[in-house]
Write a protein that binds this ligand. Structure first.
Ligand code: UDP
Ligand code: MG
Length: 327
């Protein structure tokens, strides 16, 4: 409490997106506070409520009244994990910002480690999950293959197992704030941003309480965002495959004409079916790929704000955040 208005010394912002985390927030708050006491820096914990339907906003309102280190940004609806993190980062006042999940899968006990690396001079301290205690075989394998494919098609290297648990220096934050795309893959942006980066690994424990908010559909969408935000290779693949299948079709036409001329009555049906199926399938697939890119262009050209707030609780002060909400 007494240190809230401390003006001297560096300050750390901890940004925590929360969506229906009523069972986890208090535990997170206690652990993060304990960790910050051991660090001994001035700090703020910014909870971003991503349109929760449970008592999350009430708990946040109480915490922000009890403790001046706590701020709560209540979004008007659910905008998704990546935009909730973005909102918190836009509003952070610290000299360094740590983003982490509110379900204790990103252990608050690691905060001093991250700060130590920052003090050593690193601008980005990125954590990498070595394993997740509660992730099943399927999730582990899909994650592994996803990163293999992502790195094969993307010009930017994205560390496998990279999470959104990281510390960034104010300089990196200011650069990050210039990136205003909607369908964002923050770990790709930060990886691409440069500066002096350090990777440290950790084992993610099980969720303290509640269930993962990421359905298969959300995971797939997120995975596509990662690939499409950084790579035009799927479009290129469709172009080359289209060219190869076009050449093959020319061969087939020549063959069919030859058969016709020499009078070999081909039964024809099988070949026709194969060709129709193959070309039809490929065309649909590649139209789908193009559609994905066009859909993303459509989203971006509307220039809509990334998120909007219903309320801002806790110490509100002068930040440039009002401008940052919109483009
Ligand atoms: N989250 C969010 N908005 C969403 C989904 C999740 O703010 O639409 C938050 C969630 O409350 C948690 C963090 O993002 O603090 C990570 O979500 P989750 O634990 O469900 O993801 P997982 O660890 O299973 O990948
Ligand atoms: Mg989690």
């Amino acid at each position: 409490m007494d240190r809230c208005n401390q003006k001297d010394g560096a300050m750390l912002s901890i940004v925590v997106p929360v969506y229906n985390e009523q069972l986890n927030i208090e535990k997170f708050y206690e652990e993060a506070t304990k960790a910050m006491q051991s660090v001994g820096m001035n700090y703020e914990i910014i909870f971003v409520d991503d349109g929760s339907k449970d008592t999350t906003p009430l708990i946040l309102s109480r915490l922000s009244q009890q403790d001046c280190h706590v701020r709560a940004l209540i979004l008007a609806r659910n905008f998704g994990h990546q935009l909730a993190i973005t909102c918190g980062m836009d509003h952070a006042r610290g000299d360094a910002v740590i983003t982490m999940d509110g379900d204790l899968q990103h252990p608050p006990a690691m905060i001093p480690d991250l700060v130590k690396r920052w003090r050593e001079g690193y601008d980005v301290v990125q954590t990498v999950r070595k394993a997740t205690d509660d992730s099943g075989f399927v999730k582990r394998q899909t994650s592994k293959w996803y990163y293999i494919i992502l790195n094969a098609v993307s010009p930017v290297h994205i560390t496998p197992g990279g999470s959104d648990f990281r510390l960034v220096d104010r300089r990196v934050l200011e650069t990050f704030k210039l990136f205003r795309e909607h369908d964002r893959f923050i770990r790709g942006i930060i990886g691409d941003i440069g500066y002096k980066q350090k990777t440290i690994s950790f084992v993610a424990p099980k969720r303290f309480a509640g269930k993962s908010k990421f359905s298969m559909r959300k995971m797939l969408h997120f995975a596509l965002d990662g690939i499409m935000a950084y790579s035009k290779i799927p479009l290129r693949i469709s172009f080359y495959t289209g060219m190869v299948s076009g050449l093959l079709s020319i061969g087939l036409i020549v063959h069919a004409l030859y058969c016709h001329i020499v009078g070999e009555a081909a039964p024809g049906w099988t070949t026709t079916m194969i060709v129709i199926c193959m070309l039809g399938g490929l065309q649909l697939m590649f139209m789908g790929i193009m559609g994905e890119y066009i859909g993303r262009i459509f989203e971006e050209v509307k220039h809509r704000p990334l998120y909007w707030l219903r309320a801002e609780l806790g110490q509100t002060g002068s930040t440039d955040s009002e401008e940052q909400k919109t483009r």
